[in-house]
Design a protein. Structure first.
Length: 111
């Protein structure tokens, strides 16, 4: 399979038809002729390797975690503003580790 950008097809259309109209049989002929005459200019589509798929999954997972962190920080900011106006100004960044650290890390123990 060889991908051909639509702009290439649009630029070549004038060579094959004076009116520049489009039709499926005409486009099929034109694509076949473009590959016949200029095929050396195009690269065949190479299947993605398993390593690339794994890397894409990791990057997508990281992006999802960042989006979730931003959403949780926004939710925390909104809750703090509703419960205690001005509390957000105490923290340099609402998503910093110190902002999420509880005052008493062991809830079952007496202070």
């Amino acid at each position: 399979m060889i991908p051909i950008h639509p702009n290439v097809v649009k630029a070549c259309r004038a060579r094959y038809r004076a009116a520049g109209g489009k039709s499926d049989p005409g486009d099929a002929f034109m694509l076949a002729d473009i590959l016949r005459t200029d095929g050396h200019r195009f690269r065949p589509l190479v299947p993605v390797s398993d390593d690339i798929r794994a890397l894409r999954a990791l990057v997508r997972g990281g992006d999802d975690l960042v989006a979730q962190r931003v959403a949780l920080a926004n939710q925390l900011r909104n809750l703090l503003e509703g419960f205690w106006p001005g509390a957000v100004a105490i923290f340099a960044a609402i998503d910093s580790p110190i902002a999420a650290t509880p005052r008493n890390p062991r809830p079952n123990c007496e202070p």
